[in-house]
Design a protein around this ligand. Structure first.
Ligand SMILES: *Cc1c(COP(=O)(O)O)cnc(C)c1O
Length: 486
C-alpha cells in the first residue's frame, strides 16, 4: 500500500528510457556474450529500472525529504549521540589524496594516509589513557567483541580456561550481553542500586574464579557516573578478571577522565558517535579498540606501526586474535574523526564534554517536576525520565514519543534502559543551542498538559506525519520483507 503514494523506482520504469547518452561507437564492437560463453551468461536479463535522470533525481530527493536526520532537526536519541556532523569533515574526506587511493596500493605510495591513521591512534591513546589502539573494528559492537576475544586469548595464554562468564550491569546497552555471548561467554547480570549505579554487594556476589571480565559503561546508560569505579576495578582484578570499558559515549568525560586511569584494561570508542562520524541508517561506523600494555600482544593483526620513520602494517604478531575485518577499519569514518580531533584540539574536546553535560543537566532540571526523574543526582551527557505518572492517566511513553513527531522532533530513546519503567532517555549533545533545548523542553511540557487535558490527542498521535501510527504487532508478526510487484 505504501507504494501507492510513493512509487518504487521500478514503478517509474518505461522500456527503453535511459538516463545517459553515449557518443556513437568509434571502435570495433565485440560480442561480449560470445566472448564470455554460455556458462557465464544469465538466463534472463536483470530487471533494472529504465528511467530518466530526472526521474532518478526526483525519486531519491523525494525519499530523502521523507527522512529525518540531524541536519533536519533536534534528535535527542539517548545513547546514540546524534550530534552535528561538521561539513568540514566531509570536505577533507573528499580530498583526492584520500578518496582516490586504494587499500591494495604499496605502503610506500600511501604513507600520508597511514600517517593520518597512526596519528589518530596516537590521539585516541592519549584520550583513553591506553597503551595501544587499533582502528580495525568497524563499529561499537564489533569493538566490544574484538576486545572480549582479546581478553579470552589473554586468559587462555595464561593457561586459565575456567573464565567463562562476563558480568554486565542490568542498565547496560544491549550490545554488551550480545557481544559477550557471541564471543562465547555467558553474560551474567549485576544489579543496579537505588541510585542507578552498580550495586557493589551484588558485584561481589557474582564475581569469582569464572569471571573473564566486567563490561561497563561509565557514565552508564542512565547518564550517571559510576563513582565507585576504582573499588569495582579492585574487586574484579582481585578475582583475576579484566575490566572492559564501553566508550561509545565518551563525550561525557572526554578530556576530564580516562578509562585507562580508572583501571580499565580494554576500551572501545564509537568514532561515529563521540567523534562526529555521520551515523544512522546502517552507515559505516568505526569502533577502535584500546588496550593496556598487558593485552597489547593480542590486538588484531595487522597493527599499524611506525618503524624507522616509515608507517607499516605489522603482521608478525604471534599472539594476535587475528584479522577481524578486511583492510584497516573504515578509513573514511576514521578520517572524519581525525579531522574533528584536529579541529577541536585538546581544549576543544574538553569543552565538548562540558557542554554535553551542561545541556543534559539543564534540560533534566527543567523537566524533572513534570516527568518523574528516578535518579536525582546530576547527570552526565544524558538523562532518563519515567513516563509513569502519565501512564496512570492512560498515556504511554510510546504515545508521548509519537506526539513529539507532530511537533517536528525526533523522539528520545524509549523503554530503555530496561531498569526504568516507561523510560524516556534524552541526550541533547553539546552541539545544540539553548533555544533548541528550550524549544524541546516547552514541547515536552505542552505534551504533559495535553496528557491531562486531551489524552486522545496524544494516544492517537502522530496526526501530521506522512505515515501515521504503525501497526507494530503485525509488523513484528507478519513482516513483509520482500517487494512484490503488482
Ligand atoms: C551505540 C552504543 C553501542 C553500540 O555501538 P554500534 O556502533 O551501534 O555497534 C554500544 N554501547 C553503547 C553504550 C552505545 O551507546
Amino acid at each position: 500500500m505504501y507504494n501507492q503514494d510513493f512509487p518504487l523506482i521500478f514503478e517509474h520504469s518505461k522500456p527503453g528510457r535511459t538516463s545517459y547518452s553515449l557518443p556513437e561507437l568509434d571502435v570495433p564492437d565485440i560480442d561480449l556474450d560470445a566472448e564470455l560463453g554460455e556458462r557465464y551468461l544469465r538466463e534472463q536479463p536483470p530487471e533494472l529500472p529504465e528511467v530518466s535522470e530526472l526521474d532518478i533525481v526526483r525519486h531519491y530527493t523525494g525519499l530523502s525529504n521523507r527522512n529525518y536526520g540531524v541536519d533536519s532537526g533536534f534528535y535527542p536519541l539517548g545513547s546514540c549521540t546524534m550530534k552535528y556532523n561538521p561539513k568540514l569533515n566531509e570536505d577533507i574526506a573528499r580530498l583526492d589524496g584520500f578518496s582516490h587511493i586504494h587499500p591494495d596500493q604499496p605502503e610506500k605510495s600511501v604513507q600520508g594516509a597511514m600517517e593520518m591513521m597512526y596519528d589518530l591512534q596516537t590521539a585516541l591513546r592519549e584520550i583513553t589513557g591506553m597503551a595501544e589502539v587499533s582502528l580495525q573494528s568497524a563499529a561499537g559492537a564489533h569493538g566490544e567483541w574484538t576486545a572480549l576475544m582479546m581478553i579470552r586469548a589473554f586468559h587462555e595464554a595464561n593457561g586459565d580456561f575456567r573464565r567463562t562468564k562476563v558480568i554486565v550491569p542490568d542498565s547496560a546497552h544491549g550490545t554488551n550481553p550480545a557481544s559477550a555471548t557471541v564471543a562465547g561467554f555467558e553474560a551474567v547480570t549485576v544489579k543496579s542500586n537505588d541510585k542507578g549505579l552498580v550495586d557493589l554487594e551484588d558485584l561481589k556476589r557474582v564475581v569469582g574464579e569464572d569471571t573473564a571480565a566486567l563490561m561497563l559503561t561509565n557514565p552508564n546508560t542512565l547518564g550517571l557516573f559510576e563513582t565507585e569505579i576504582e573499588e569495582m576495578a579492585k574487586i574484579v582484578h582481585e578475582a583475576g578478571g579484566k575490566l572492559y570499558y564501553d566508550g561509545a559515549n565518551l563525550n561525557a568525560i572526554m578530556g576530564y577522565a580516562r578509562p585507562g586511569d580508572m583501571g580499565f584494561d580494554a576500551v572501545h570508542l564509537n568514532l561515529h558517535k563521540t567523534f562526529t562520524g555521520p551515523h544512522g541508517g546502517g552507515g559505516p561506523g568505526s569502533g577502535p579498540v584500546g588496550v593496556t600494555e598487558e593485552l597489547k600482544a593480542f590486538l588484531p593483526k595487522p597493527l599499524l606501526i611506525k618503524k624507522d620513520g616509515i608507517y607499516t602494517f605489522d603482521d608478525d604478531r604471534p599472539q594476535s586474535i587475528g584479522r577481524i575485518k578486511p583492510y584497516y577499519g573504515n578509513f573514511g569514518i576514521n578520517l572524519r574523526a581525525y579531522t574533528y580531533i584536529r579541529t577541536m584540539g585538546a581544549e576543544g574536546l574538553k569543552k565538548v564534554s562540558e557542554y554535553a553535560v551542561l545541556n543534559a543537566n539543564y534540560m533534566m532540571r527543567k523537566l524533572e517536576s513534570t516527568y518523574e526523574l528516578p535518579f536525582k543526582q546530576h547527570c552526565k551527557h544524558e538523562f532518563v525520565l519515567s513516563g509513569k505518572q502519565q501512564k496512570k492517566l492512560g498515556v504511554r511513553t510510546l504515545d508521548i514519543a509519537k506526539r513529539l513527531l507532530d511537533y517536528g522532533y525526533h523522539p528520545p530513546t524509549i523503554y530503555f534502559p530496561l531498569n526504568v519503567e516507561e523510560a524516556l532517555m534524552v541526550e541533547p549533545t553539546e552541539t545544540e543551542s539553548k533555544e533548541t533545548l528550550d524549544g524541546f523542553v516547552e514541547t515536552m511540557l505542552r505534551i504533559a498538559d495535553e496528557v491531562i487535558e486531551e489524552p486522545e490527542l496524544v494516544q492517537e498521535a502522530p496526526h501530521h506525519t506522512i505515515v501515521k501510527r504503525m501497526d507494530e504487532t503485525t509488523a513484528a508478526r507478519k513482516p513483509i520483507l520482500k517487494y512484490e510487484s503488482k
